[in-house]
Ligand binder design. Structure first.
Ligand code: MRU
Length: 360
């Protein structure tokens, strides 16, 4: 495979996933902001490991990485015919799917790769063509993600007032996508439209995506950013220092309930109490119409060590019992608008999510 991802529109300054000449390069997000290390991948099992260990994280970025992983798995398949290829390709995709359970973009991307392969295999395409086609499909998913984020930015920017102080939680930025970001993409688009916007970034315990990643990428783009500990958000809201909240999503159920990084629900409750708009920016690939409500969204529980340690340093007594749910669910009634690449939805989610996903 020798194709590369060439799409790089103006304003997309940080791209965490690069692909050229059959090699995937991803910035190691575990080491940011202190070290900028790029890791190289050519094997699907290694890509799966990178997703589990959070070298790459963020719902859309996980989907893009998995698509390249699937293309690598396909490349290494020795098959005599399309049916044999599909059997082996299913196993590759199952391995990649068993990495992280909450972000539906992972399953969406793998389903798209499998549908592409199945359609072409049943049309009688030779195995070598299936492999090349899957590489192009992964490149398309990568490029589309950036375009989608730019579109979300266009639809979301009008919701951010000039002079707004915007609180965000976790990292829904360039690093969580192929580039530009979802929630941070909306902020970038508002800034590009000439608005003066400042960001308050929750640190986002325990993995510190806000402190390590959001603060890093916004500062790099010269966007005014203040870092706070998660438990300071309520105080700032009570003092009138936050004008709106914008976050990303890992999965949105058919009724508009939103799974996102642990702590998002708390922020949404606080926003409601203080009459502050709470916006969610997410691509259509994050909407899961198969789940009627948020209680059905699988919530990943991660290693206790993320809570008991920072790096190698212990923070808690040995053997203390720990919970580490990585996500929570914000009920639709707390969400002022869901911003997608096809427009912003205001409240009537059960009908509008179905309609917008169908392209109407
Ligand atoms: O555990 P992570 O870092 O993968 O969680 C990421 C988030 O919760 C993001 O807010 C979400 O994926 C949206 S990213 C555009």
């Amino acid at each position: 495979m020798s194709h590369s991802c060439v799409f790089a529109p103006t304003g997309v300054t940080i791209k965490p996933i690069l692909y050229a000449d059959g090699v995937l390069k991803m910035i190691d997000q575990r080491l940011l902001p202190t070290e900028e290390v790029w890791l190289e991948y050519t094997d699907y099992r290694a890509v799966a490991e990178a997703i589990v260990t959070m070298v790459v994280r963020g719902a859309p970025a996980i989907g893009v990485a998995a698509a390249y992983g699937a293309a690598f798995g396909a490349r290494d398949i020795q098959a005599t015919d399309g049916a044999d290829f599909m059997r082996q390709f299913e196993a590759v995709c199952a391995h990649l799917a068993a990495t992280r359970p909450t972000a539906v973009n992972l399953f969406w991307a793998l389903k798209r790769m499998k549908s592409f392969a199945a359609a072409n295999a049943s049309a009688g395409q030779p195995v070598e063509n299936l492999k090349i086609g899957l590489e192009y499909e992964a490149l398309a998913i990568n490029d589309e993600d950036i375009r989608i984020n730019l579109a979300m930015g266009r639809h979301g920017a009008p919701l951010i007032p000039d002079g707004a102080r915007v609180l965000t939680h976790c990292n829904a930025g360039a690093l969580a996508t192929a580039g530009f970001g979802t929630a941070l993409g909306v902020i970038r688009a508002a800034v590009a439209a000439g608005k003066k916007v400042s960001v308050v970034a929750d640190e986002t315990r325990p993995f510190l995506q806000g402190a390590r990643l959001t603060a890093w990428e916004l500062s790099r783009d010269g966007i005014d950013t203040t870092l706070i500990c998660d438990n300071m958000a309520g105080y700032l809201m009570s003092k009138g220092e936050i004008d709106c909240v914008i976050v990303g999503a890992d999965r949105i159920a058919a009724n508009g309930d939103v799974a996102n990084k642990i702590g998002t629900y708390t922020v949404a409750i606080l926003a409601k109490e203080h009459n502050i708009p709470f916006y969610v920016a997410a691509p259509l690939s994050t909407i899961d119409l198969e789940l009627s409500d948020g209680s059905l969204i699988p919530i990943e529980e991660r290693d206790a060590r993320e809570v008991t340690h920072i790096g190698d340093k212990p923070l808690a007594p040995d053997n203390i019992r720990v919970r580490n749910p990585a996500f929570d669910v914000t009920p639709a009634r707390l969400v002022t608008a869901i911003i997608t690449e096809r427009g912003a939805l205001l409240g009537n989610y059960s009908e509008d999510l179905r309609r917008i996903k169908a392209g109407a």
